[in-house]
Each structure stands twice: as structure tokens, then as C-alpha cells.
Write a protein that binds this ligand. Structure first.
Ligand code: PGA
Length: 244
């Protein structure tokens, strides 16, 4: 794993956006794996600014998001469909047919998971997957205890995840209890992974990732076995890492 140290969230976002822009320039047909949450917002903002200023085109790029809440329709303000529109899709030129997120209101959720996995495979697989790190070590919505062999599946969200995400809702009671997420095995098949870690509240998780054992109780630990992972972390996130 390569670690790039950023001073703060702003620099992290800048570096992460440049990372993606470079990949898109190298391969205009790149397939990107995208993430939601607080961490990637600055990255998307910088990508949008670059698009506005420099016209980097995404017209042949395909995207697959990591996850979506079960029960929230695409137009729900807290759905990840909506998040992606607000923060990226409405601001750059990725054609709608090339943007993919799991359908959280599919009538047959099991088929939806299989179908999502199939679409990723048919696209040739994910070239670069963006990830955030949960304080409990989750990646996507793969909570502690998820099998490393899991493919796209439905998960019950950990209480700590629902609490962390309650800030985006009018309180925890509104946070869905389940989500569809790419599995760990889906994520590990990505050719390259970019993990963003920002803030003191992630310091413990980053330390565990870099210095702990590999095991399903800390899902992100599997990333240490992937051959092409870059971590961009800011000083606060690195504050608990020896020699960080
Ligand atoms: P965050 O979430 O970016 O909102 O901190 C990351 C995650 O839980 O995967």
C-alpha cells in the first residue's frame, strides 16, 4: 500500500481529484467505482471545478457506486442516487446510462444484487475504486463480520454506522436499517483502489488498518492484501499512526 500524506481535508480532496482526473485522461473509457459519505465530497467538488475550468471529459467513463440504502427511492433526498447527482453527476458529463447504483427499491433485491454484480463484470470490471473508511473498519457497507468472499449483497447496518450517518437525516430513526453493498470480493477485484481517510475520528481505524491483523472483524484489513492500493490520509487521520 502506498500512503500519501495530506496536510488537511482540502489537500486530501485536491490530491484525490487529481488522482481520478489523471486516470480519466490516461483512459477516457475508464470504469470508476464511486463512494458516498462525507469524505469524497471535496474530491467530487474539485473534479467538478476541473471539469468547469479544464473540460476534462467523462463522456465515455462508466461508474459503479458501492452501495445504496434499501427502501430509499432514487429521488429520495438521502438516497445515494441523489447524493451522486448533487455532488458529481449534475456537474460533469457522465451520460446517465453509464452511471450505476444499486436499486434500493427493487422488487426482488436478491436479483438486483446478482444483476449489479453481472453489470460490473460485463463492463470489464472496475479499474479504480474509491473507498472511505468506516470508524469500525467497514468499506462500502460491509460491516465487521462480513465474509471476505461476499459479492454484492444486502447488509444490516451496524448501529454505529446508522449513528454516524444520522447527521444526513432528521435523526437516527430515519436512517434505513439495510443497504445493498458491493461485497468485499467485488471490491477486491478492482484493479486499483484509492482509500481516503480524513479526521481524528478515523485515526483509530487507520492505525488498525496499518498495524492490525487481517481479519473479517475489521473489513478494511483485507486491503493490505491487494496489490494496488493508494491511501490518501490527512494529518488528523494519521495522528494515531506511529511515525504517521
Ligand atoms: P464518511 O464515511 O466518509 O462519511 O466518513 C466513510 C464510510 O463510512 O465508509
Amino acid at each position: 500500500m502506498r500512503i500519501i500524506k495530506a496536510t488537511d481535508y482540502q489537500e486530501l480532496s485536491h490530491l484525490a481529484a487529481d488522482f481520478f482526473i489523471e486516470r480519466v485522461k490516461e483512459n477516457p473509457e475508464v470504469t470508476l467505482g464511486l463512494a458516498t459519505g462525507g469524505t469524497p465530497r471535496g474530491t467530487y467538488q474539485r473534479m467538478a471545478e476541473d471539469y468547469y475550468k479544464n473540460h476534462t471529459s467523462y463522456s465515455r467513463v462508466s461508474t459503479f457506486n458501492l452501495d445504496e440504502y434499501v427502501g430509499l427511492p432514487a429521488d429520495h433526498p438521502n438516497s445515494y442516487h441523489q447524493f451522486m447527482k448533487t455532488h458529481l453527476f449534475n456537474k460533469v458529463d457522465i451520460p446517465a446510462k453509464q452511471r450505476h447504483l444499486p436499486n434500493g427499491v427493487a422488487s426482488d433485491i436478491t436479483s438486483e444484487c446478482l444483476n449489479y454484480e453481472r453489470l460490473i463484470e460485463e463492463s470489464g470490471g472496475i479499474d479504480v475504486q474509491l473507498l472511505g473508511l468506516g470508524s469500525n473498519g467497514h468499506i462500502g457497507f460491509n460491516e465487521p463480520g462480513t465474509s471476505f468472499h461476499a459479492r454484492t449483497h444486502v447488509v444490516e447496518l451496524a448501529q454505529s454506522t446508522r449513528e454516524a450517518n444520522a447527521r444526513f437525516f432528521n435523526g437516527i430513526d430515519e436512517v434505513p436499517r439495510e443497504a445493498i453493498t458491493m461485497g468485499i470480493s467485488t471490491i477486491m477485484k478492482s484493479k486499483e483502489i484509492l482509500l481516503l481517510v480524513s479526521g481524528e475520528e478515523k485515526a483509530h481505524a487507520l492505525r488498525q488498518l496499518l498495524h492490525g491483523d487481517v481479519g473479517e472483524e475489521f473489513p478494511a484489513s483485507i486491503l493490505t492484501t491487494h496489490q494496488n492500493v493508494t491511501i490518501i490520509a490527512d494529518q488528523k487521520a494519521l495522528s494515531d499512526v506511529p511515525h504517521g
